[in-house]
Design a protein. Structure first.
Length: 222
């Protein structure tokens, strides 16, 4: 197929942006490709915790507003000893939009909590994001540009321990599932070190979407 010729041909170099995606390509086409994370150097930002008592929380993603409620309840329950407060990224972007457009509202919303759709701005205020003491990233897919952008500033980033519970995005949706019969392919086509097809999972990596229950066994495999 044309996809396979791109992966194994001499005219192209295919690099996955995450280890998960590299393994996903291997599962689909039987070809190993190198993985290199997104560098995020385009931000031009450097970690400078001027807001030393503030922790940035990334976009809601498929968790909805659950993260906002969860962190706020944590602060309320531990206010006698917990000195920090959480700032939602939506709040930062909302304020940035008002400042850049010199307006008092975003659509009909005068406060970020009144705006129920995704907040979009012409450019990301990376320096403002990097001015928080740390960031909590609630991933909603296997590849999040924002995570790499924040990580590249040398900012401390915290993520959930059981990532498989959160990865419900484009790279795991069953609609993207496609696999060729690569067992019959010439082993010479296989790139990368080690035995051919080493450590490729039997289960499909396309185990979850927002429209159906997650395949838990598949998620744990991956």
């Amino acid at each position: 197929s044309s996809d396979l010729s791109i992966l194994v041909g001499q005219r192209h170099v295919v690099i996955a942006e995450s280890v998960f995606m590299a393994k996903e390509i291997q599962w689909q086409f039987g070809v190993r490709v190198p993985a290199m994370r997104i560098m995020g150097l385009h931000t031009g930002a450097v970690y400078a915790p001027l807001r030393n008592d503030s922790v940035l929380v990334s976009r809601f993603g498929t968790s909805g507003a659950l993260s906002e409620c969860m962190f706020q309840k944590f602060v309320e329950a531990n206010k006698h000893w917990f000195p920090l407060h959480f700032v939602q990224m939506e709040a930062v972007l909302f304020e940035e939009h008002l400042a850049m457009t010199k307006t008092a509202a975003y659509g009909n919303a005068k406060d970020w909590k009144q705006h129920t759709s995704e907040i979009k701005v012409p450019s990301m205020p990376y320096n403002k994001l990097a001015s928080h003491r740390a960031a909590v990233c609630m991933p909603y897919d296997t590849t999040i540009f924002l995570f790499n952008e924040i990580y590249s500033t040398n900012m401390p980033v915290f993520v959930p321990k059981d990532l498989w519970r959160w990865l419900i995005g484009l790279h795991t949706t069953p609609n993207m599932e496609h696999r060729i019969d690569w067992e019959a392919n010439d082993p010479a086509h296989i790139h990368g070190p080690g035995p051919p097809h080493e450590a490729v999972a039997e289960t499909s990596p396309f185990y979850a979407s927002i429209h159906q229950p997650m395949g838990v066994e598949q998620a744990l495999d991956w």
